[in-house]
Design a protein around this ligand. Structure first.
Ligand code: ADP
Ligand code: MG
Length: 241
């Protein structure tokens, strides 16, 4: 999905996205142990990347998109996923021609044991109503899914102003999770305004710490992005105790 969204963003005036899958023997370039792999490519006919952008594209928080449009986390997450699975992410691009992103993933050689029990997902300590604020639709979608899967009820909004409307409405909220870098109002500004309206509302700031201004007034609990469901659950359990 991240790769498809990047392809879409690279083609503001339209174009085509091709998704291809083929068998692959990992070659020298992938620097992977020999074996059977699948190569999944997302190919676009977009604006492409300069050599400099291409070099930095996978770097966490590197984005050429304006604030509120890009998080710079898409490719770093895709890369992390591929490496975690014993594979790799390859990017090739030409300015004005397009980009090919290829995920190389090892083919499983063993079937899972029939008796192997599926690990039980640990539920949240207690379920809560969570106001979740993030302007990035991809992060909003995945986090909402994680929170609901943990048994929480989610009120999702995409800006600080909307969040304040909800807080003002007086409806029940047990905790607010907010992004920091958002257009209009930052997470810290939202937290400060929320403290005025509802001083007892616990607030979790989900952000890359590199994004935070120095000497910020409010000392809020933080969760580093990108996070896994387990990290989110543990942090919320601490705060909701
Ligand atoms: N398909 C693509 N075509 C052109 N540039 C791309 C493409 N995919 C990624 N990039 C470049 O790499 C950067 C980082 O991508 P990503 O990690 O997904 O973050 P984001 O999309 O939030 O900017 C993008 O801002 C863009 O400059
Ligand atoms: Mg992206």
């Amino acid at each position: 999905m991240n790769l498809a969204i990047n392809a879409r963003d690279a083609m503001p005036d339209g174009g085509s996205i091709e998704i291809r899958i083929r068998d692959d023997q990992a070659d020298e370039e992938a620097r992977l142990p020999p074996g059977q792999y699948l190569a999944l490519s997302v190919i676009d006919t977009g604006e492409g990347m300069s050599a400099e952008t291409l070099k930095r594209a996978v770097e966490p928080f590197f984005s050429s998109k304006p604030v509120g449009k890009g998080t710079g986390l898409g490719l770093s997450m895709v890369h992390g996923l591929a490496v975690q699975l014993g594979g790799a992410l390859q990017l090739s691009s030409e300015v004005g021609v397009g980009t090919t992103a290829t995920l190389i993933l090892p083919v499983a050689t063993q079937l899972p044991k029939a008796e192997a029990s599926i690990p039980v997902r640990r539920q949240a300590g207690r379920s809560a109503v969570i106001l979740f604020v993030d302007d990035d639709p991809l992060i909003a979608m995945s986090t909402t899914e994680m929170l609901e899967d943990l048994g929480h009820r989610v009120i999702g909004v995409s800006s600080g102003l909307h969040a304040l409307d909800i807080i003002r409405s007086g409806q029940q909220i047990d905790l607010m999770v907010t992004d920091h870098v958002m257009p209009g109002m930052t997470g810290l500004q939202l937290a400060a305004a929320s403290r005025q309206l509802r001083p007892s509302l616990p607030i979790l700031l989900a952000t890359g710490y590199a994004e935070l201004p120095e000497g910020s007034q409010l000392d809020l609990p933080r969760l580093a992005k990108p996070y896994h469901q387990d990290q989110l659950r543990d942090r919320l359990d601490q705060m909701l105790r």
